[in-house]
Design a protein around this ligand. Structure first.
Ligand code: ADP
Ligand code: GLC
Length: 493
């Protein structure tokens, strides 16, 4: 058993309160797994407009957050406990920053122009809240660019604050594409001191780069899969930070995300039309039929159904899918797509659905229920990402017996084992080259296997469904990283 650590865990989103992607799944689940190991964790996120205050408990305040020349801003604080746990989660309520429709951008996808101030504010609010609660963290765990200023704040603005005298810092990179690059005018409200605005820390080509600053000084850096930890040290995946990351690679480690099987398991999923599990697969056929019906596709048991759920972003390989569309439509499968994002993609997939309604159906929007339906009702799950730090949907798919068809990158490469007909192994279908041809060929291979070797598919499904990617394992690995971070911090003192 480990000694209990006090962990201050700040993120920009967390399920079930606010979610745009996998970061929310992680922020909602990892703290519970850490708590189950005996740690004392508090989670901090913004109180976005969409989070209903009437279900939360008010914390007496207000909370003052120093913002340099902007002076102290006063925020409300609300509290809840993460579902089915006693992990406290605190919501920073500051209408002018967070009382808006989108988390990071407006309805047209334009980033809010004051994102630098909004997330400087969140990053600092977590420190101030910890002081107010007299919570003295052993670990300050930050996530992505939004809270990446925290390691530097710990070493500058809060350096002499006795509440944080023993705090070591851990920064988790969920996606290196988004780095938080802003005008240097944020340095004053950030109050980290202009001496940190240099090319080894916060500065990148004349601008402030939040993630770069965090990577420079965090006691430990993690990414969400081992392969991604290696990839981001190369120009193809480093988004310009590869050299900086290589310089700090001795503090970097990849920890694969887990899955919350209370939410993502066909044996207990309350959202899907019928429940099923290994050895009792009748429910999956019902889920398929209901999915076809709901999306207006012909009720055809003899055609494999291929699902896609995700952000319509280049990252997710939507360009490859678009390039392969003609072949996909003639592959002898049906398709169900769910997503939102880039306008061209929303238009493109809607047009395809209008043109080939017997074969291709899509829902443009965000729907957790439909995401569950697609996981349960599809035969295959398509995830041809150009890069994928971890990826959660392919792991959910395994549990639902929906075989992933993926490009071998990042967490997709770490979790999916290519089908090998000779050895009778594998839990999905993989391709390497980022081309529409490679995608179409691999899909064709999966469909041919489905038609010609139903027993092989059934066996593969069974293997996929028996695999587990528990948060408990990840929480153990994070605990090791926390220990290393603390040792590193002590070495500095
Ligand atoms: P990323 O964080 O890069 O978007 P992940 O695979 O880690 O990718 O996580 C995506 C999460 O968001 C999954 O839980 C997925 O089900 C969910 N998701 C993405 N798009 C949608 C959508 N349009 N509707 C419902 N859920 C979605
Ligand atoms: C990011 C990545 C995704 C990962 C998620 C949670 O959004 O794009 O691959 O699964 O974070 O760590």
């Amino acid at each position: 058993m480990y000694d209990s650590l006090k962990i201050l865990f700040t993120a920009s989103e967390a399920v079930p309160y606010a979610k745009t992607g996998g970061l929310a799944d992680v922020a909602g689940a990892l703290p519970r797994a850490l708590k189950a190991m005996g740690h004392d964790v508090i989670v901090v996120i913004p109180r976005y407009y969409s989070i209903d205050r009437s279900k939360l408990q008010e914390v007496p305040g207000p909370l003052g957050v120093p913002m340099g020349p902007m002076r102290t801003l006063w925020a409300g604080v609300w509290k809840d406990t993460l579902p089915e746990s006693d992990v406290p989660i605190y919501f920073i309520d500051y209408e002018a920053s967070f009382g808006r429709s989108g988390l990071y951008s407006d309805e047209n996808g334009y980033s809010w122009p004051d994102n630098d101030k909004r997330f400087t504010f969140l990053s600092k609010a977590a420190f101030e809240l910890a002081r107010m609660l007299d919570f003295r963290p052993d670990i300050i765990h930050s996530h992505d660019w939004h809270t990446a200023p925290q390691p530097l704040l710990r070493d500058s603005r809060y350096l002499w604050d006795r509440h944080f005298a023993d705090s070591a810092t851990v920064l988790t990179i969920h996606n290196l594409q988004h780095q938080g690059i802003f005008h240097e005018s944020i340095i004053d409200p950030l109050e980290v001191g202009w001496e940190h605005f240099n090319p080894h820390e916060l500065e990148s080509m004349g601008a402030v780069n939040f993630l770069k600053g965090g990577i420079a000084v965090a006691d430990r850096i993690t990414t969400v899969s081992p392969t991604y930890a290696l990839e981001i040290q190369t120009p193809d995946f480093g988004f310009g930070l590869e050299g900086h990351i290589r310089a700090h690679a001795d503090r970097l480690r990849g920890i694969l995300n887990g899955v919350d099987y209370r939410e993502w398991s066909p044996a207990v999923d309350p959202l899907i039309p019928a429940r099923y599990d290994r050895g009792e697969m009748e429910g999956k056929a019902i889920c398929k039929r209901e999915l076809q019906k709901r999306f207006g596709l012909p009720d055809r048991e003899d055609l494999p159904l291929v699902g896609f759920v995700g952000r319509f972003a280049e990252q997710k390989g939507i360009g490859l899918i678009a390039g392969a569309m003609e072949r996909l439509l003639h592959s002898g499968a049906q398709f169900v797509f769910l997503g939102t994002g880039e306008q061209w993609a929303e238009g493109f997939f809607s047009d395809v659905a209008a043109r080939a309604p017997q074969t291709f159906a899509c829902h443009i929007g965000y729907s957790n229920e439909l995401a569950h339906w697609i996981e349960a009702g599809s035969d295959f799950f398509l995830m041809p990402s150009l890069f994928e730090p971890c990826g959660l949907n392919q792991i959910y798919s395994l549990r639902y017996g929906t075989l992933p068809i993926v490009r071998a990158t990042g967490g997709l490469d770490d979790t999916i084992d290519n089908y090998d007909p000779k050895r009778g192994t594998g839990n999905g279908f993989k391709f390497w080259e980022a081309s529409p041809e490679a995608l179409a060929n691999t899909l064709q291979w999966a469909i041919a296997t489905w038609r010609e070797s139903p027993d092989a598919i059934a066996a593969m499904r069974d293997r996929a469904m028996s695999e587990r990617f528990d948060w408990e394992r990840a929480a153990r690995e994070y605990t090791e990283v926390y220990r290393e971070a603390i040792a590193h911090r002590k070495g500095k003192a």
